[in-house]
Design a binder for this molecule. Sequence first.
Ligand SMILES: Nc1ncnc2c1ncn2[C@@H]1O[C@H](COP(=O)(O)OP(=O)(O)OP(=O)(O)O)[C@@H](O)[C@H]1O
Ligand SMILES: [Mg+2]
Length: 230
Amino acid sequence: MLAVENLSHRFNNGAEETPVLNDIHFVINKGEIVALLGSSGSGKSTLLNLMAGLMKPTQGSILINGHPIEKMSENQLAEFRRTQIGFIFQSYELIPHLTVRENVELPLIFQGTKAKIRKEKAIALLTKVGLEEKGDMFPSQLSGGQQQRVSIARSLITSPAIVFADEPTGNLDTKTEKEIIDLLIELNETLSITFVIVTHELEVARRTQRVIQLRDGFLVEGEPWVGEDE
Ligand SMILES: Nc1ncnc2c1ncn2[C@@H]1O[C@H](COP(=O)(O)OP(=O)(O)OP(=O)(O)O)[C@@H](O)[C@H]1O
Ligand SMILES: [Mg+2]
């Protein structure tokens, strides 16, 4: 469903060109949960932003359901992001003056969905992430792990084809990190949602079905834990 083909990206800062991704290629199938693993600066966020259509690659192609997104117009891209892509951020990015339920509804407001349907969907998703009691509270009244659950519910409300999570557990303690990864795996298994989880932690990558590893902008072949004690 998502194919990255011969993808290279360079940032142009005046005189200097910085190569950030070099000839990256992989496929992500529908219903997979994949970790995108790499140390800081290896190009993970850049790759995620390219796959989400937030920037155009210097070279190569990104196909979602066979459509090359780098060929889309700005309007087509906006529509594509609004309907096909879900995003989960390290710092949750919830709107502080909206309630938990309103935060989850927000992507549907941009789609012009009727209030009653929005509310029903938001409540159903809040129940799925274990927050059915918290809909009328504000984000600041929740713990970090609970706020990330809200942002997960929000990412799913448009029924996107694929959900990208950029370091979703980066701000959380180890126990909460495990609970959030458990939740993503459960949502993947029960709702067949396709997830790409960016992480620099081997422990997170180990929990997913498959790992795509970057090192200094290059794809690393083989499993990252080869050579370790299993
Ligand atoms: N807008 C930009 N202009 C120039 N260089 C950039 C830009 N954005 C990122 N880079 C460079 O690209 C490289 C990869 O950055 P990227 O943010 O993709 O890494 P990352 O793997 O997500 O790192 P982290 O784990 O720290 O978030 C870095 O060397 C960074 O300095
Ligand atoms: Mg990053």
